[in-house]
Design a protein around this ligand. Structure first.
Ligand code: BTN
Length: 249
């Protein structure tokens, strides 16, 4: 596949964080595969399609050929989970915003255009006791699928092609993302404040009424703010509370 050439080149010659990339034409899930491969280095898995692409809350991530599906494995991450959430979201948002300025984050890490999802991130962790041993960050970006034609998705999903009317190459998006991710990750203490500020600024729905689902409960309230640790504050009729997990519907 021609995309592999430039990405391989980047990994072999420019990346400080990743040493290997594995490509699969078709696989169950790039996140699953990350946990199967034994490699002492940090690595990336890229797939043409996924038969069992997974989203947050055990949902299915529709993964036909044409869109971008990749995951990367980091041993002993140097930064915390909530920092990875913010960093990954901001790096991806910045890359995609080059194609359209009207993209925002839906807390915690969806990228949306007019409230329709263009990209999702699934971050999974492995612990040894209480210690974070490794991290898998899985990214799915809707590049080409024409969601307007799919009844089930037409109100909730959108592709970059739907928005730009252009065919944008996977490798451009992936390499730009990896470069930016590494830039922020490798010097995170220098970037931390900037990332947090950008994350807070780009979250959509602030001061708007939202429906929030957590542990089977539905909360109706106003999204008041995003804290420095990435958690959100929701004010409902009964109380004002902070949440680190959950889902804005
Ligand atoms: C979500 O929005 O719920 C997260 C979706 C994450 C999908 C990506 S596609 C690549 C990687 N492999 C998976 O099985 N899931 C993630």
């Amino acid at each position: 596949m021609k995309t592999l050439f430039k990405i391989n080149h980047y990994i072999k010659h420019s990346s400080l964080l990743f040493k290997d990339i594995y490509f699969f034409k078709s696989i169950d899930s790039t996140n699953n595969q990350c946990f199967k491969i034994k490699n002492k280095n940090n690595f990336i898995i890229l797939a043409g399609r996924q038969s069992q692409g997974r989203g947050r809350y055990s949902r299915k991530w529709s993964s036909p050929y044409g869109n971008l599906y990749f995951s990367f494995f980091i041993h002993k991450p140097a930064i915390d989970y909530n920092e990875i959430v913010m960093l990954t979201s901001i790096a991806l948002l910045e890359v995609l915003k080059k194609f359209n300025r009207k993209l925002y984050l839906k807390w915690p890490n969806d990228i949306i255009y007019k409230n329709k999802k263009i990209s999702g991130i699934l971050i999974e962790r492995e612990f040894k006791g209480n210690i974070l041993k490794s991290l898998v960050v899985g990214i799915g970006i809707n590049l080409f699928t024409d969601f307007q034609k799919i009844l089930h998705f037409k109100d909730t999903a959108i592709s970059l092609k739907d928005i730009t009317r252009k065919n944008i190459e996977k490798e451009i998006i992936m390499i730009n993302f990896l470069k930016l991710f590494e830039k922020y990750y490798n010097c995170f203490s220098d970037w931390k404040k900037v990332i947090i500020k950008k994350y807070m600024k780009n979250i959509s729905g602030k001061n708007k009424k939202i429906h929030f689902k957590i542990a089977g409960n539905l909360i109706k309230g106003k999204l008041k703010k995003v804290n420095h640790d990435g958690s959100i504050v929701i004010k409902s009729l009964r109380q004002e509370a902070t949440y680190s997990f959950g889902e804005i519907l």
